[in-house]
Structure formats: C-alpha cells, structure tokens
Design a protein around this ligand. Structure first.
Ligand SMILES: Nc1ncnc2c1ncn2[C@@H]1O[C@H](COP(=O)(O)OP(=O)(O)OP(=O)(O)O)[C@@H](O)[C@H]1O
Ligand SMILES: [Mg+2]
Length: 508
C-alpha cells in the first residue's frame, strides 16, 4: 500500500487562505504528494480595517500551483481535477473587461461595515435576515462589504449597474482567472461560499431579491450559484492547462468534508487564523437560538444540499501571530508553547482577544480585546498561557451552544489546522471540553476536502464511503482536569468576556 514512490493519477487542490495560498497534490489514498505555499501581505489601513491585494493573491496562486506540480514531478495529464477552497466572506469587485480589481479585497475580519449593518437592521436588529440566510447581520459577511464598496469607490455603482463589474469571494476570483479571465472566464461561486454573503436564500439556494433590494446591490454583479462538486470549466493556461476545475468550498466547509464528517451529528473544529467548529445537520437547516450560524455544509453535484451549524471564532491563531509580530514576545508561533509550558497555570490572567468584536456565540461588534486579572505576579509566560486558553475556552463556549441547538452531546472532537501542532493547547482543549480530542493523519483537511470534492465530481473517487476509509487517527488527547478546577476557571473566563463588551460606544 505505502510505496515510497507514488504513482498517479492525482488531484490538485488550491487553498486560497487568509494568510497564505497553498497548492497540494494528493494521490488516490488521500496522501500528500507535494505542497507549495506563499504568504501574502496583510494590509491594515485603519484600526479594524483589513485588506488583501487580490492581484498579489492571483500571482501567488499561480506560483504555488507551478511549485506544487514541479515538486511532485508530474505533468498535467496526471492531474484529473483541480479543487478550490478559500478564505470565506473576503469580498472583491473587479472589472470584467480588464480583469483588474477596483479596490483591495475587504477581508472577513474587517469591521468597517459595523455601522452599516446596524442601519440595515432597521427596527428589527441583527436578525432581520436570519430566517432567509441563517446569519445575523454582522460585518463578518460579504453582502455589506459589497455595499460599502459600491458606496465608497467613486463611479463604481454606475459601472456595476452597467454590467461591467463582477463580485466574488476568493473562490470566484480564482476560478474566473483560472478558466480564462477576460477571455471567457466563468463567473461562479458554490453554495457554501454563497451562504456566507447574507444575500442567498438558504432554503432555495438562490440570491434573494428582497435582500438585494434592501442592501441596494445590483444583481448584475453576482456570480452564478453552483454545487460544491461539479466541473465549472477547464484551466486555460499555466501548468494545469486543460485540467477540469471541479470543486469549490469555503475553507471551513472543505475541512468538514476533508474530515469526512458526512453523517448528521459529526463535527470538526479547525484551528487556523480563526477557529471554526461545524456540525453536519443533514438535509435540514437547523435554526440556532444560541448564537451559532446556519450554513451550507456542501452540495455534491445535483444531490440534495447538506447543512451545518457553525460556531465562528474570529481570533485564535492570529492572536499567536499578534504576540509574535506586534508584541515581539515570541519569535515563532511554536514558541508560544515553550513559553506557556514554563509555568503551571495562567497566574490569574485571562485574555479575551475581541479584536474584531466577538463572533459566536455573542455577535458583539462593540467588544474589544482585554487582558483581565492582572497583578504584579503575572509574567509573559502566564500571558502566553492565557493566549492558548483563550482558544480552548472559546471552543468550549461554541461546543456548549452546539449541544443546546442540536441536542447532540459532544463525544469527541475532530480537530485540524496549524494550531493543532501545539500539544499544550490540544491537552488544554480536551481538559476544558471534558472530551477527547482527535487529530487525523492529514491535518491539511482544508485542501484535502477540496481535493475530495473535485475527485468525486470527476469520478476519481466513487463515493463518500471510499473517502471515509482514508481517515486515520494520528493523535488523541484525553481530559485530565478535575471538574472543580474546570468550573472555577470557566467562571473566571466568562467574567473576563463580560469585561470586553461595551467598549465601543454607539457613535464610534
Ligand atoms: N505551534 C503553534 N502553536 C500555536 N499556534 C500556532 C502554532 N503553529 C501555528 N500556529 C498558528 O496557526 C495559524 C496557522 O494555521 P494554519 O496554517 O492552519 O492557518 P491557515 O490555514 O494558513 O490560515 P488561513 O487559512 O486563515 O490563512 C497561525 O495563525 C499561527 O499563528
Ligand atoms: Mg486555512
């Protein structure tokens, strides 16, 4: 089975993420053959604003595809399909005649549309579009970002109404460019990405005309909504010329797919820039009464869509990056574990990283980061520990909400993503959840999920059962903390969360 030398055919997956773009080549057993990755610039024009240069991103995507193909030493004929996965909600408008972005992409973490969202809520508030979209009105989602661009880039609304402007999340941008760009590129998105715009009707899987009207967004800019696994077109240039582009899923949905959570009640949590727990709820969208999102999990070809409940945490890995880049307390992300391990506990300190407000389960744009419980005793090692605990407590809050909404008790949590290489964090997570935490062999589940979906679309894999057989456990952590300590600490955490709220006043 495990030959040192891997032979084709293969599937290539492109992951256009928040911090970097990646291309991974997979073989039939779902094993990684080659990887190439490149970071792009994070642009912070003002407090709370986050942008990406979409042209830079497209250049990087082309480079990593070439890099991965060349490292694998294969030819396009060996690659049966290309799968796409992407940072979700990050919003771009571009000119379809020139292929040029009209503005930097507005990243999902960006809070510039807070006031606009409040205004759009009218007298109803955050839940004005929840019944149709499954989402609260929050700056996180794409729709209000589109509106902001139309209102703030000079002359853009006229060009959009004339049909010269295309909107897309990064899936649409990558697919349009891959399939020819100005020379006949296809303008599509998939149901999972569309479900993050606040513009799609979750039950009918189409753009909601009433919401478009309320948000004042012309339908002419919108991509066509397609399945997550189907052939959209073929690559027109580059090292994969002629290969079908056969899947698109938002990164978190791709990870759900890559973790093979194909049955109702199965859940995963992905630890990257932010953290996102998704639970498969089958063919029914489950309403949340506990601050979670209702979203599309995936749709394979013309099969019925599968829905998910989601708990979104904006800041987890990015807090570690912030400790490294802005505070200079560590030199590498991995060093946070060494530093945190040099002390027994948090020394009484709690770090609530509400940098973009609080996402699930609170949805409080007025919150900002706090470190609570400081005394002279606290060292940078205690803070490092509080940084890791913040990720684990936030997961616990989401997991509690998920149990309430779904009625499914968490028996074990499947995890993946860059932060899962941190053993202390994984142990803490298991302690705080009071449940086992398991990590699969391939922790790159985002790319894997996109590859799986593309492979299913072209018949490279025959069924989801075949994919399930590829899932292998690599590591497991089990709870070691006593209940009294856990409960006491949780209480302190919740007190700290309360202290982060109400920081921004209405008029700011
Ligand atoms: N050993 C570690 N301990 C804690 N955090 C870590 C560790 N290694 C990496 N990270 C954090 O994990 C994140 C990277 O994870 P990952 O590679 O899964 O993210 P990503 O997929 O690139 O993110 P995105 O898709 O959002 O661009 C970074 O924010 C980094 O700070
Ligand atoms: Mg990622």
């Amino acid at each position: 089975m495990t030959d040192a030398h891997t032979t084709g055919p293969f599937i290539a997956a492109i992951d256009q993420g928040t911090t970097s773009s990646r291309c991974i080549v997979f073989d039939k057993d779902g094993r990684i053959v080659s990887v190439d990755q490149k970071e792009h610039e994070q642009i912070f024009p003002k407090p709370g604003w986050v942008e990406h240069d979409a042209a830079e991103i497209w250049t990087n995507v082309q480079e990593v595809v070439a890099g991965a193909i060349s490292k694998a030493g294969i030819t396009p004929a060996d690659v049966k399909a290309i799968g796409i996965t992407n940072q979700r909600e990050t919003t771009l408008l571009w000119d379809k005649n020139t292929g040029e972005p009209v503005h930097n992409a507005i990243v999902w973490q960006d809070t510039r549309t807070d006031a606009l969202c409040k205004e759009l809520g009218r007298n109803v508030g955050q839940d004005r579009f929840r019944r149709e979209t499954g989402l609260p009105l929050a700056s996180y989602f794409a729709g209000p970002k589109v509106r902001w661009l139309l209102d703030n880039v000079e002359g853009l609304r006229e060009r959009a109404e004339a049909g010269d402007i295309l909107f897309g999340t990064m899936d649409s941008w990558v697919i349009w460019n891959l399939t020819g760009g100005t020379e006949g590129g296809v303008h599509v998105t998939d149901v999972t990405n569309a479900s993050r715009t606040l513009l799609m009707n979750l039950h009918e899987m189409r753009w909601d005309e009433k919401i478009l009207q309320s948000m004042d967004i012309p339908a002419a800019v919108l991509p066509e909504i397609r399945s997550s696994a189907e052939v959209y077109g073929v690559a027109k240039a580059g090292p994969l010329k002629g290969v079908p582009v056969a899947s698109a899923l938002g990164d978190q949905q791709a990870a759900l797919f890559g973790q093979t959570c194909f049955s109702q009640g199965e859940a995963k949590s992905t630890y990257g820039t932010g953290t996102f727990m998704l639970m498969n709820t089958g063919h029914t969208p489950v309403n949340s009464y506990n601050g979670l999102l209702t979203t599309v999990g995936y749709r394979i070809g013309d099969q019925k869509a599968v829905y998910a409940l989601e708990g979104s945490i904006a800041v987890t890995g990015s807090l570690v990056q912030w400790m490294r880049d802005q505070m200079g307390l560590i030199k590498s992300a991995a060093e946070i574990e060494t530093l945190a391990s040099s002390v027994e506990d948090n020394g009484g300190a709690y770090f609530v990283p509400a940098f973009s407000g609080l996402f699930a389960p609170y949805w409080r744009p007025d919150a900002r980061g706090v470190i609570a419980g400081l005394t002279r005793y606290v060292t940078k090692a205690h803070i490092a520990r509080a940084v890791l605990e913040a990720t684990a407590w936030q997961t616990r809050e989401i997991s509690d909400a998920m149990t309430k909404d779904s009625g499914v008790e968490l028996t074990a949590l499947k995890v993946d993503g860059g932060m899962t290489s941190n053993n202390l964090l994984m142990q803490t997570l298991s302690d705080f959840l009071d449940a086992p935490v398991v990590r699969p062999m391939v922790a790159e589940t985002t790319c894997l999920g996109a590859a799986y979906a593309a492979g299913l679309a072209v018949g490279f894999w025959s069924s989801t059962d075949e994919l399930r057989a590829n899932w292998r456990r690599a590591a497991e952590w089990t709870p070691r903390m006593d209940a009294a300590t856990r409960d006491r600490e949780y209480k302190s955490w919740l007190k700290a969360v309360e202290r982060s709220m109400g920081w921004l006043e209405d008029e700011s």
